[in-house]
Design a protein around this ligand. Structure first.
Ligand SMILES: O=c1ccn([C@@H]2O[C@H](COP(=O)(O)O)[C@@H](O)[C@H]2O)c(=O)[nH]1
Length: 283
């Protein structure tokens, strides 16, 4: 892994290939619709075909870790194989694992997903700050030192997220996370570890959150954060929704879609065409 900061690597990928991340979510129903068995052979065929289709035309791919875990140790091996194949295909990887725990355990999660040489190393991992933003420190530090990134859940795309994240008015939980991410990227910039506009500490902000950004007084444009925006496609958000939601922060946004693209399979060239259409619609 290069120690070039993640923010610069992501900005370069978005500049070259656009602002789409393709999710690799091997749901049982999708495996069936691709004519594959819901077993580890089906999982491998599905994920490697999705990668073949998406890698040349998107800025990043995002395997959903849960859908590999449900196959046990062989599923984890399939995820390791996918991550290695993505490295060889020169596309950034975001492991959607949503990890979060007390600091000592967090160090082990960081080691798994962000350490050079780990079989599960990805370019970035999603993190849950529910145990407190500071509990994520081992991952924030290891990401910086290995040129990797993290995406911290800020405002998630599911309707239930508001009952936790939006509580507190102008001192909402989400605002606390956004402010902590801003401080993190400012400190990294002071250390010379943020290239251009983007740092290595990103945010997850759902494309479906609508009025919440304004109501909670969130200014994403000053955070220096790459923003991973799920909810595009199957959850209902459109390219227009994304641009109007993020406004001046739009250049920081990596929109991510999984089922909305994967339904085009199993042919890799058809998957690629679906990703190109989605990506071009975002431009
Ligand atoms: O707030 C969040 C955080 C993560 N996700 C994940 O993104 C994909 C979305 O899949 P679609 O098929 O495009 O709906 C999935 O892996 C989620 O776990 C999210 O949706 N919202």
């Amino acid at each position: 892994m290069s120690s070039e900061p993640f923010g610069g690597r992501l900005a370069a990928a978005m500049g070259e290939r656009g602002q789409l991340c393709a999710g690799i979510d091997p749901h049982p129903g999708l495996l069936a619709s691709w004519g594959l068995a819901d077993d580890v052979d089906g999982l491998r065929a599905f994920s490697l075909t999705a990668l073949e289709g998406f890698a040349p035309v998107v800025a990043a791919v995002k395997p959903q870790v849960a859908l590999f875990e449900r196959h046990g140790s062989a599923g984890i091996a399939a995820l390791e194989e996918l991550l290695a194949a993505a490295r060889a295909a020169d596309v950034l990887t975001i492991a959607d694992a949503k990890r979060g725990d007390i600091g000592s355990t967090m160090a082990a999660y960081a080691d798994a997903w962000l350490r050079d040489g780990s079989p599960l190393a990805a370019d970035a991992v999603t993190l849950s700050p529910y145990l407190g933003f500071e509990s994520l420190r081992p991952a924030l530090e290891l990401a910086e030192s290995t040129g990797r990134g993290v995406f911290v859940l800020g405002l998630t795309s599911n309707p239930e997220g508001a009952s936790v994240q939006h509580v507190g008015g102008d001192r909402s939980v989400a605002k606390g996370i956004v402010d902590a991410v801003r401080a993190e990227n400012a400190a990294a910039a002071d250390r010379g570890r943020a290239e251009g506009a983007l740092g290595h500490t990103g945010l997850v902000v759902g494309a479906t959150v609508g009025e919440a950004l304004g109501l909670l007084g969130l200014d994403l444009g000053t955070t220096g954060a790459p923003i991973l925006a799920p909810g595009f496609g199957a959850q209902g958000a459109t390219a227009e929704d994304l641009r109007s939601l993020f406004g001046s922060a739009w250049p920081q946004v990596l929109a991510t879609s999984s089922r909305g693209l994967l339904v085009a399979g199993p042919d890799a060239s058809v998957l690629r065409a679906a990703a190109e259409r989605a990506r071009d619609g975002l431009a």
